[in-house]
Design a protein around this ligand. Structure first.
Ligand code: NAD
Length: 354
């Protein structure tokens, strides 16, 4: 199991070190993990003048999975767009063909008060949003700006999904549901959009291959409402690129703690890039205060989704839960009466509980 480790910028190196510390416990027990480090984002620009240097690209292509910290920093904000750290992210996702983005929104009961919703609405929340990442209105052609015959300016985009694009993400959705609560809610806007009519048809056809999964459909406006009204009704939400962009941010904020949420982006074979959903937090970089749990939980997702090591994944997640229930808190999730710890100490606490 060859892992390309790309710490990136800001808090990236600090939080990735904690995830590697946790994986190392499993490695010492005999799990065949190998790491190779590469530069990405601002670090790539500093080392090689490129946010996604050729050496990093080679490493990522040859690895079985990629563990990424975060990229970005004030210093790079004035660079021309192609040299900015975020371009490195777009390029690696494209090059590796990562079309399936998995974002769990989980709220540990210990952290229920961190949410802006009532604790009883969100406590124990555990849902997964699966967003298609390479199609839809963000990539459909034609698109552009033009002038009408009357001289008015017009902007236009094309919402477009092919049957094969819908089918491959739907398979990921059903397989994900099979590994969880076996309920899949497909979100679309089939009352208005032709793209969504096809989406719904194809998802329904594919559901016949997964008779154990309970499939439902929901319009996106209703889904946005249900996510704040009663988010615990969902197990897996399957949706397209644009709806998923919006709903996954909404869902992540139900938990109130950006430092807790992991993500995975997968290709057709299950190879993936695993990263926390937050950015490089330059405001707190280098101070040993960043929460490493999102990155540690991203490593757990890697074990589950790329390496099929369900037991290793569950042990990491259990160790995180145990560290929280034993009262360890980084400053972002700290509450009175709990033990305030730094990034490294939180990594130690989780590693000790594997
Ligand atoms: P951010 O997620 O980095 O930070 C937002 C706020 O959350 C900050 O106050 C930060 O201190 C806090 N925060 C984030 N992660 C935390 C953690 N693990 N523990 C404790 N607190 C945490 O978003 P931003 O400030 O908008 O962006 C900063 C930089 O990150 C920018 O350069 C941006 O482009 C980049 N960015 C990168 C990614 C990525 O690498 N995937 C994602 C988003 C933003």
């Amino acid at each position: 199991m060859k892992i390309a480790v790309l710490p990136g910028d800001g808090i990236g190196p600090e939080i990735v070190a904690q995830a590697v510390k946790v994986l190392d416990v499993l490695r010492r027990e005999g799990l065949g993990l190998e790491y190779e480090y590469g530069e990405m984002g601002g670090a790539g620009y500093d080392a090689a003048g490129d946010p996604y240097p050729p050496a990093t690209s080679k490493l990522a292509r040859e690895a079985d999975a990629v563990l990424l910290g975060a990229v970005g920093g004030y210093r790079y904000d004035t660079l021309p767009r192609p040299l900015r750290p975020e371009q490195g992210l777009l390029r690696i996702r494209k090059e590796l063909g990562l079309f399936a983005n998995l974002r769990p929104a989980m709220l540990y009961p210990e952290l229920a008060s961190a949410s802006s919703l009532k604790p009883e609405v969100v406590s124990g929340l555990d849902l997964m949003i699966l967003r298609e990442l390479t199609g839809d209105i963000y990539f459909g052609q034609p698109r552009g700006l033009r002038r009408t015959d009357e001289g008015e300016r017009e902007g236009y985009d094309t919402m477009l999904y092919s049957e094969s694009e819908i089918s491959r993400i739907a398979h990921v959705g059903f397989k994900t549901a099979m590994k969880r609560g076996k309920r899949l809610c497909s979100v679309d806007k089939a009352n208005v959009l032709e793209t969504s009519v096809l989406w719904r048809e194809v998802v329904t056809e594919i559901s016949r291959d997964y008779p154990q999964v309970d499939l439902s459909h929901m319009y996106v406006d209703n889904a946005a409402m249900q996510l704040v009204r009663n988010p615990k009704q969902f197990d897996v939400i399957l949706t397209g690129n644009m709806f998923g962009d919006i709903l996954s941010d909404e869902a992540s904020m139900l938990t109130g703690s950006i430092g807790m949420l992991p993500s995975a982006s997968l290709d057709a074979e299950g190879k993936g890039l695993f990263e926390p959903i937050h950015g490089s937090a330059p405001d707190i970089a280098g101070q040993n205060v960043a929460n490493p749990l999102a990155t540690i939980l991203s490593a757990a997702m890697m074990m589950r989704h790329t390496f099929n090591q369900e037991e290793a994944a569950a042990r990491i997640e259990h160790a995180v839960r145990k560290a929280l229930s034993d009262g360890f808190r980084t400053p972002d999730i700290h509450q009175e009466g709990m033990t305030r710890v730094g990034t490294k100490e939180m990594g130690d606490a989780v590693a000790a509980r594997i």
